[in-house]
Design a protein around this ligand. Structure first.
Ligand code: FMN
Length: 374
């Protein structure tokens, strides 16, 4: 009796100290008016290899969210909840129009925590039927002077089956996009089968699909953007979709490097195949105007140098199609203004990747507040 009393007192004391630390941490965090991520966290993270730090951040965030009270605290710091932010696009209800772009949570390992930082939706993938390692390392580069990234990851992922197991834990809490692709070893003539496998496996667990034919890091993948193979691919998926009791929106993700005439083809293909929309844009192979010394690395460029071109593509698609289908705008959103420009150009929703790395979760809040006019 005596000993058990002491143990309770000790545990109670320890608990008290943890709570006290958390309280002080919370006070500092809340009272920091400036962007703490940019001032304290980013300089630390940017000292390390970009890919290693990506995985470190994943396990760190997972642990942080397990600390009692943390999930609520981070939500209150970054998430903006307001009825005026809600959007209904291709029949889905988004709690706000700011999503996480594909490639960050490829294997659906962190979608709940990322949603807890304020994202209105999370796109997982690109997933392929079989797991694959992707290209040899190093394959991810920060271009600090340009506030950009070059990546040649090459669809590294644990395969669609592993992602499905994780998505089973979602219970409809987070609105999920499923971005699908083909394995590197699959020749383009058989690519449709890979997309079909991913589509069928993910169907019960995602809210919308993204057909990715625009990554520059899988050899010949972008040849699937040509009129004939693309029409064939989208028609096949559309057919599978309409056979379901409740079909799901299918979107096409396009490259920013398409010419005007290729973009006009895309509009025609979207209209003839009757898919629900477009995501504009993926990374670019252009290297115009870069300052950083590692600018010649092979791969797709994202971030600030992409801002204007991706907005231009959105505007072109919206105008030439008479806004006949929804567009998700992505590419170089590093500020609330960049996001508003994309919405103004014709996007219904926006997504972040590189801007999230450079600006942190405050960017999600800034955009949502700017939309509310705050
Ligand atoms: C490291 C990295 C990996 C990416 N992986 C994918 C991917 O697997 N599938 C995809 O559709 N887009 C992928 N993207 C592209 C992004 O989703 C986004 O379209 C592009 O980076 C432009 O947006 P941003 O300038 O905000 O980064 C990746 C981008 C980066 C930086």
């Amino acid at each position: 009796m005596f000993f058990s009393k002491i143990r309770i007192q000790k545990v109670g004391n320890k608990d008290f100290h943890i709570r006290l630390c958390l309280f002080y941490f919370w006070r500092i965090f809340v009272q920091t008016k400036s962007n703490m991520y940019k001032q304290l966290i980013r300089p630390f993270l940017f000292k390390f290899d970009p890919e290693k730090i990506h995985y470190f951040t994943f396990s760190f965030l997972r642990k942080v969210f397990k600390i009692p009270g943390m999930s609520g605290f981070l939500k209150s710091k970054y998430a903006v909840e307001d009825k005026r932010l809600e959007r209904e696009v291709f029949g889905l209800k988004f709690k706000n129009p700011v999503g996480l772009a594909a490639g960050f949570d490829k294997d659906a390992k962190l979608y709940k925590e990322l949603s807890g930082l304020g994202f209105g939706f999370v796109e997982i993938g690109t997933l392929t039927p079989k797991p694959q390692h992707g290209n040899p390392k190093k394959r991810l580069f920060r271009l600090k002077e340009d506030q950009a990234i070059i990546n040649r990851m090459g669809f590294n992922n644990e395969g669609v089956v592993a992602a499905v197991e994780r998505l089973k834990k979602n219970n409809g809490e987070v609105l999920i996009g499923g971005n699908i692709g083909k394995n590197k070893v699959t020749p383009n003539e058989k690519a449709v089968e890979d997309y079909q496998i991913c589509f069928e496996a993910l169907f019960p667990y995602v809210d919308y699909f993204v057909v990715n034919v625009s990554s520059p890091n899988t050899p010949n993948l972008r040849a699937l953007q040509d009129k004939e193979p693309l029409t064939n691919l989208l028609n096949t998926l559309k057919q599978l979709n309409i056979e379901k009791p409740q079909p799901k929106p299918i979107l096409l993700k396009i490259a920013p490097d398409l010419t005007d005439s290729q973009l006009l083809d895309i509009i025609e293909i979207v209209q003839t195949t009757k898919i629900e929309g477009v995501i504009a844009t993926n990374t670019t192979i252009s290297r115009d105007g870069l300052q950083s010394e590692n600018k010649e690395e092979t791969g797709g460029l994202s971030g600030k140098p992409l801002t204007a071109r991706s907005t231009e593509v959105i505007q072109f698609l919206a105008e030439k199609s008479n806004r006949s289908f929804p567009i998700i705008g992505v590419g170089g959103i590093h500020s609330a203004k960049d996001a508003l420009d994309k919405l103004e150009a014709g996007a219904s929703l926006v997504q972040l990747y590189t801007g999230f790395i450079y600006e942190g979760p405050q960017l999600i809040k800034d955009i949502n507040q700017a939309i509310l006019g705050k």
